[in-house]
Design a protein around this ligand. Structure first.
Ligand code: SF4
Length: 267
């Protein structure tokens, strides 16, 4: 069996590791009683109007103008920093295992946490060589044992690398938006979920399985362009009348949004 890691799978794993209007004051806010069907729902049942909301978000996303539309992990190896790994013949477990960590670090810069990710890539490459004949693990359980791989990445790798959908890939955008829409709550309560993992479990209870893969890029892009972490653009959102959080977070402190996110270049 070849020790070379299939480029598609390694690119997926690398990409997964390193990646990742005016509000009208006259607009009517929905009253609390308007959402009683959402807040009082059985958490195992689909929330009211979820299909309408999903369709509305799909329409808003039809222009595909979000960063995720060109930089999703499926593009790893073509457009993303792994391209530089490919150009340097570093898309096999063997090559990464032998490569200098500083070189990997400089090639994946400027992705977030590039130092830790370069270190994890080395460790993962070694584990793949030792335990999986240079391939990546085939199961969710084994993926979760790799350094730096949590449920979000493990599900993403299973979906994209193995075409084996075992769960929803819930990142910070999916987690935030599902809570704003009132789609998820903590088990046995009506409280919001507090972690992406809780959101994944709550969402999987009712969302049809055929939506488990498309929901991620759909909501990630929606979160990058409209339902943003700070000051969501509810005035431009066509599903605001079905959203229990509409216009409730429009006065976020400006200081947080102005924080610098620049990263120091690797030496
Ligand atoms: S109305 Fe606002 S909070 Fe609700 S989904 Fe739209 S942008 Fe997000």
């Amino acid at each position: 069996m070849s020790l070379a890691l299939p480029p598609r799978n390694l690119a997926t794993q690398v990409g997964s590791i390193i990646t990742r209007t005016t509000t009208s004051t006259t607009r009517r806010r929905m009253s609390k009683t308007s959402f009683s069907s959402i807040t009082d729902q059985n958490p195992d049942e689909p929330p009211a109007n979820w299909e309408k909301v999903l369709e509305g978000i799909r329409k808003m996303r039809s222009s595909e103008d979000a960063p995720v539309d060109t930089m999703g992990c499926e593009k790893a190896g073509i457009l993303l920093p792994p391209k530089r790994l490919l150009q340097n013949d570093l898309l096999t477990a063997d090559a990464i295992d032998k490569a200098d960590e500083a070189t990997i670090k400089s090639l994946i810069y400027p992705v977030g946490f590039y130092t830790r990710k370069a270190n994890n890539l080395k460790k993962i490459a070694n584990i793949c060589l030792m335990n999986y004949n240079g391939d990546i693990p085939r199961s969710l359980k084994e993926l979760l044992l790799l350094p730096g791989i949590g449920p979000k990445m493990a599900h993403l790798v299973m979906n994209v690398g193995w075409n084996d959908v075992q769960g929803i890939c819930v990142d910070t955008h999916v987690h935030r938006i599902c809570n704003r829409l009132g789609w998820v709550s903590r088990p046995g309560t009506k409280q919001k979920t507090s972690t992406p993992e809780e959101t994944r479990e709550a969402l999987q209870k009712w969302l049809p399985k055929e939506e488990w893969v498309p929901i991620n890029p759909l909501l990630v892009g929606f979160g990058q362009t409209v339902c943003t972490p700070l000051r969501p653009r509810c005035g431009a959102c066509t599903v605001s009348e079905l959203c229990p959080s509409a216009f409730k977070e429009t006065a976020s402190p400006s200081s947080k949004s102005n924080k610098s996110t620049s990263r120091k270049k690797p030496s």
